[in-house]
Design a protein around this ligand. Structure first.
Ligand SMILES: NC(=O)c1ccc[n+]([C@@H]2O[C@H](COP(=O)([O-])OP(=O)(O)OC[C@H]3O[C@@H](n4cnc5c(N)ncnc54)[C@H](OP(=O)(O)O)[C@@H]3O)[C@@H](O)[C@H]2O)c1
Length: 263
């Protein structure tokens, strides 16, 4: 299927690695110009160089900003320019009991995972509506629907993203702008790989064994393995394309069948 993304300009938050990087690479392959983002200038330059090497001659740029810092976000927005495809991918996650998460941590989770999408969408939506076409995607999670007890802080932000996307979509009525969410499932991104390696080291285990044990613990997964970042990116590419014109205000799953209900 031809995705018809040539000439579109996309911004992917949190895209120096993991799902965001896979989405940026996919958009680039489909013909879009891509702006990537991360907190660290050096890592960002590495991602821009790697993406340029994937598709020489394509337009890839990067803007560093930490979404936990409203001032850095304001600065990023000032440099963003016209965006046709906004992918709100940035997200932080960890496993912690509810009682251990401080107010400051709750605030940081909401700033990075939710307010990033609020601030970026507020900036790009009017331009999309005026130009008559646009795509806003939120990379949410099955943890926003079936919230784990030891990730309540994370799940609450992922549920908020679903609500935000659905509400925003209603201000696109009668236009060719759409706003949708992806409900991702356990994905073997670099962030997850690092977390697994850390835990394995602390427990004196082989990371590969721990990875397998964690996948096996997810008893509802129909996939029975971790999802690869590219598998999430494929759904993002479809939703970002003109082909997905009849899908708006929706939450589509790429969760490997982890959620057990139809809706
Ligand atoms: N992995 C999963 O199992 C899974 C499942 C469902 C949904 N998701 C969602 O998918 C999204 C991506 O997850 P992932 O696993 O691919 O993450 P990841 O591998 O940890 O990558 C995170 C990316 O975000 C950037 N980043 C982190 N904090 C940032 C901040 N405060 N400001 C700007 N950039 C920041 C990192 O860049 P720098 O380090 O260079 O700053 C990196 O490029 C998240 O929203 C996550 O909730 C993940």
């Amino acid at each position: 299927m031809e995705l018809e993304l040539t000439g579109k300009r996309a911004f992917v938050s949190g895209s120096t690695e993991g799902i965001g990087y896979a989405i940026a690479a996919g958009l680039l392959h489909a013909g879009a110009d891509v702006v990537v983002n991360g907190r660290d200038e050096q890592r960002l330059r590495g991602a821009v160089d790697a993406l340029r090497a994937l598709r020489p001659g394509t337009d890839v740029t990067g803007i560093a900003a930490d979404f936990a810092d409203a001032e850095q976000v304001r600065h990023l927005i000032g440099r963003l320019g016209e965006i046709d495809i906004l992918v709100n991918n940035v997200g932080i996650f960890d496993v912690r009991t509810f009682a251990d998460v401080t107010d400051e941590e709750w605030q940081r989770y909401f700033d990075v995972n939710v307010m990033s999408g609020v601030r970026l969408s507020r900036h790009v939506l009017d331009g999309m509506l005026t130009r008559g076409w646009g795509r806003i995607l939120f990379v949410s999670s099955e943890s926003g629907i079936d919230v784990p007890a030891d990730m309540t802080h994370y799940g609450a932000t992922k549920a908020a993203m679903l609500a935000l996307a659905n509400g925003l979509a209603k201000s696109t009525r009668g236009t060719s702008v759409t706003v949708n969410s992806i409900v991702g499932g356990p994905t073997y991104s670099q962030g997850v790989a690092r977390a697994i390696e850390q835990i394995a080291r602390a427990q004196g285990m082989d990371p590969a064994d721990l990875k397998q044990a964690i996948a096996a613990r997810n008893t509802t997964s129909l996939l029975e393995r971790f999802i690869e970042p590219e598998e999430i990116a494929h759904l993002a590419l479809y939703l970002a394309s003109p082909r997905a014109s009849a899908t708006n205000g929706a939450a589509l799953r790429a969760d490997g069948g982890t959620l057990t209900t139809i809706l």
